[in-house]
Design a protein around this ligand. Sequence first.
Ligand code: ATP
Ligand code: MG
Length: 418
Amino acid sequence: MQPLRGTRDILPNDVILWQHIYNRTKEILALSNYSEIRTPILESTSLFNRSIGNETDIVNKEMYSFADQGKRQITLRPEGTASVVRSFVSNKLYQESKTNRLWYLGPMFRYERPQQGRQRQFHQLGIECIGSINPMADTEVIRLATQLLQEFQCFNYKIEINSIGNLQERNLYKESLITYLISYKEDLDNDSQARLKTNPLRILDSKNKKTQEILNQAPSLNQYLGFESRNHFDLVCQYLNELNIEYNINDKLVRGLDYYNYTAFEMKVDELGSQDTICGGGRYDNLIKQLGGPHTPAVGWAIGIERLLSIVKHNLQIKTKNPTIYIITQGIEAQRKIWNIIKTLEKYKINFELDLYNNNLQKQMKRAYRSKASVCLILGDDEINQKEITLKYLNTREQKRIFNTNLPQELEAMLKNN
Ligand code: ATP
Ligand code: MG
């Protein structure tokens, strides 16, 4: 049986990479005072309708929604920010401190056509800096994205950044964009024609050549920004310059979610072909209020882990441990007595593999060598009678018998040599 279309198993060899990403992220983000948050994978459908927006691709056609046994409308979360904000509001996190710096890593679900870089269950690592309107917060989160990407050996990313202003500014711009595009309506691709009515700003995102040509002469969003918007953006850019973080200002970057204002950004990587965005984020100053909390500005981003791993997988070298001791038993009595020895190994935190096949010593030894353990511990009738254990050092093939009672000393020596 195959996994569902668009979903994947993460097998033990790969889990090591995922654990590495989780562990390093935790350490790096802790330095900047970010704490991990874990929210449910299931949420009310209305959470995403109210936050991401009804006319977005995610809400319109990509959500995994169903009615549960109690006829509640439920959705498997398609992204992390809405859930984090819901949690921020329902747990009144704003009462505890003025800023809440949060991060998450977990599965997200979108009903999309599965292809390279696009799954139906995928994972996002995201951070949210909640509580500040200061452009330093935007800079902090962008900087942390670059820190993490570099930590994971991803260096070829390009940052694109834009200011999409506030709602009023965007509405003015929307009108003039529609006025401009309507005269080319017949030449636009079908999606864009439909978006003229539903979500005109998303037309700027179109990958269609003809539409792009038309857009080249279109009015630009930044002409509609007021002083506050411009000033905020200007400061973010200045701070990034100060950090020597390179970026391109892309005045057509709008992002696919409704809740953003001011700063929007994406990080793209050449190696990924058409699904080339590994990180997307921006500021969302009104979302928390919109979802019933006090007015609280915030900024954050999310990185797609599968896309990241597809480019860095081979550069990440993570040491894995072979078992130190391979345990061989010969006979029922040995199988009874081995458990005490195992307890001792655990006490000394020595990793081991217990041979579970009760065949001849030669075959067991073969498996011991294959396991790449450094020592083989053998317990048979003779050893038990003498209250002894046989140890064979697999590198030197040197073999010796020790008294049971001397095992701890022997283990300590092993740990020292490791
Ligand atoms: P895309 O342009 O690929 O559709 P998006 O704008 O829908 O991306 P966001 O909602 O900003 O993506 O999500 C942030 C990141 O999550 C993306 O940059 C990408 O790395 C990852 N991502 C989004 N959708 C998928 C998916 N279906 N499969 C794998 N990764 C995804
Ligand atoms: Mg998408």
